[in-house]
Write a protein that binds this ligand. Structure first.
Ligand code: HPA
Ligand code: ZN
Length: 323
């Protein structure tokens, strides 16, 4: 099995319908769905916002430190079976504190599972705190301060949620602060928004990686910029199909991204909502595009290069990918 780094994964997006019901019962949260199948039957979305509405609603069942630890551990176990050896995962802390779950409950639960990831699952793991761009930057700054106060180790910061109509530039000061604190920086852009949205996170947030970025492909200068600087793009094919960012998988720009020399890698985004984990995404693009073993190995290599692992760890992992 090829070793992959998974770099675009929302922990809350790994909440499977069965776990929604299990946690609802344990925490006495009332749900508007009959059962897990009823809930799963509603996972058809017209756009990003349709999905986000359900994604935030389901989070209501996550209440305790143990809930967050179980969610994270279940993801790590499944990711390990998919060939993931490195996971840099997102947590939408603001979505939890906004509904009254304190930051230490959320982050201690997640960090507990991430801390055991290497020993329990053979996965090295890091945590990226994601800010919600539909909320004011001041909210995000408060959330950042709360996260730092927990003492939990952060690998980086990110930006997600609704893209169109919610500019990234207001988050520039917060990104500068995180960078000064020694954290890595990423941001969602170019999922529903166009190339300008990608330029915005590069210029204002100075991100090291772009999450999605598929719409960069319509701007040749941007493609050149990303390729020359080897700025990675964390692509999520099944997510893009489910959220209608592309019409169908065969129309996905992944092959064009690889042909352009971009450091594009494949990720699962919100696997419980989009029909598959990392291995399912790799299988789907391999099948849709008839990717050769060499092209799949390039995706594995790109994912490792795109990770925030120390150079020596990257070299060690890269040496295990067949040339
Ligand atoms: N896009 C933006 N925000 C998100 C996503 C996504 O695909 N998944 C979870 N939050
Ligand atoms: Zn995402």
């Amino acid at each position: 099995m090829l070793p992959f780094a998974e770099l675009h994964l929302h922990l809350e997006g790994t909440l499977e319908p069965e776990m929604v019901f299990e946690l609802a019962e344990r925490n006495r949260v009332a749900l508007p769905w009959r059962d897990a199948d009823d809930l799963r039957g509603r996972y058809s979305y017209g756009c990003l916002q349709d999905f986000l509405d359900l994604y935030y609603a389901n989070m209501a069942v996550l209440r305790t430190e143990a809930d967050f630890a179980e969610l994270t551990d279940a993801y790590l176990a499944r990711a390990a079976r998919a060939g993931v050896v490195r996971a840099e995962v997102f947590c939408d802390l603001q979505a939890h504190t906004a509904r009254g779950v304190p930051a230490p409950v959320v982050l201690s639960g997640v960090a507990d599972a991430l801390g055991r990831a290497e020993a329990d699952h053979g996965v090295s793991a890091g945590l990226i705190l994601t800010f919600l761009r539909h909320l004011p930057a001041e909210d995000a700054a408060r959330s950042y301060a709360e996260a730092i106060a927990t003492g939990v180790d952060l690998l980086g910061v990110g930006l997600c949620s609704s893209e169109i109509g919610f500019p990234a530039a207001p988050f520039a000061d917060l990104y500068a602060r995180a960078r000064a604190d020694g954290l890595h920086t990423v941001a969602h852009a170019g999922e529903e928004g166009g190339p300008d949205s990608v330029w915005e996170v590069l210029e204002h947030l100075r991100v090291e990686r772009v999450d999605h970025g598929i719409r960069a492909m319509s701007d040749p200068e941007l493609v050149r910029h990303l390729a020359e600087r080897r700025i990675p793009l964390t692509v999520c094919p099944l997510s893009n199909v489910r959220l209608r960012a592309v019409g169908e998988l065969s129309a996905h720009p992944l092959p064009a991204m690889l042909d352009a020399g971009l450091v594009a890698c494949v990720n699962s985004d919100d696997p419980a909502y989009f029909g598959g984990y990392l291995d399912d995404n790799i299988a789907a693009v391999t099948d849709a595009f008839g990717l050769t073993p060499d092209q799949v190995a390039t995706l594995a290599r790109n994912s490792i290069e795109a990770s925030f692992l120390p150079a020596a760890d990257k070299q060690r992992l890269l040496s295990t990918v067949p040339a």
